[in-house]
Design a protein. Structure first.
Length: 290
């Protein structure tokens, strides 16, 4: 099903025309970068999820970041709404597909489009390296920022799309992005300051941050895929919203108590909580009596 949706998305005019426009913009940005002689920002904090480094790496990476981290992931604001408003999720849940498979399939389609677009821009990266003399480490850090950022923002947009109304979706997306910036920024900056650079600890923390908020966004979308919720139960989406509010505080406290070295632990704990917060209850098997 994921391959089918991805193939259909690649054939749509809503993807082909912007894809061609992206190539033109990337080529124009690279030409402007060469003509103006813009030098990439050099910093001892060269690592993934460093937004400052990406933004100061020239017009080319600005264009790539806006497209792959902004325009492409925001297409997820309509994905879950189609299934919920038309009632298709009930039919899917009656098959062998569970809620995680449905949500992960949607996410794979959304992130796959960003990944395909990014891969198509790699020849420009090679040309910039051969002509402009940029560093591979710097380019790899910017690439990791784009791919990781697109995954987290895409998951957040997917989770926000499960709510009714454009106002509710925008509000949820803004709240998710605020929680993501606060929850990821504190442990990343603390680990970089403690190690005086972006070393192994920093990149492990960055990977944990990407996994944490990607899972939080997917769990938010998953929590809306329910056949029924009992009146006395707390709605699972409400618990996930609470998690978005309290996650930065928990991560910040863990980071502070470990003097900046243990922010990765807070991120891992929040990721596990997101996965287990809305668990479908299992009905015990009843033996058949003949």
């Amino acid at each position: 099903m994921t391959a089918k949706e991805l193939r259909q998305s690649l054939r749509r005019g809503s993807f082909v025309l912007p894809f061609l426009a992206i190539q033109i913009l990337a080529l124009a940005a690279m030409i402007v970068e060469f003509r103006t002689g813009h030098a990439a920002a050099h910093s001892e904090y060269t690592g993934m999820l460093n937004a400052w480094l990406l933004w100061n790496s020239g017009p080319f990476w600005m264009v790539v970041g806006v497209i792959c981290m902004g325009l492409m992931p925001l297409g997820g604001l309509v994905l879950m709404g189609q299934e919920l408003e038309e009632g298709n999720h009930e039919l899917l849940l009656l098959t062998k597909l569970n809620r995680w498979k449905i949500v992960c399939g949607k996410f794979a389609t959304l992130w796959g489009l960003s990944l395909v677009t990014f891969i198509s821009l790699l020849p420009y990266v090679v040309v910039r390296y051969l002509v402009g003399g940029v560093e591979w480490g710097h380019e790899a850090a910017c690439a990791g920022t784009v791919l990781g950022g697109s995954a987290m923002i895409g998951a957040g947009a997917l989770g926000a799309s499960a709510f009714r109304g454009i106002g509710a979706r925008i509000t949820m997306l803004v709240g998710f992005l605020a929680s993501m910036v606060a929850g990821c920024g504190v442990p990343l900056m603390a680990s970089a300051m403690q190690t005086h650079g972006c070393g192994v600890l920093y990149h492990l923390t960055a990977l944990a941050a990407m996994a944490c908020y990607t899972l939080v966004g997917l769990a938010l979308a998953r929590s809306r895929l329910r056949l029924a919720v009992l009146a006395y139960e707390v709605k699972p989406s409400g618990m996930l919203i609470g998690l978005l509010v309290f996650a930065p505080f928990v991560i910040g406290v863990v980071t502070a108590f470990t003097l900046g070295f243990g922010g990765i632990l807070g991120l891992i704990v929040m990721a596990l909580v997101a996965c287990r917060l809305d668990v479908t209850s299992r009905v015990p098997a009843v033996p058949l009596v003949y």
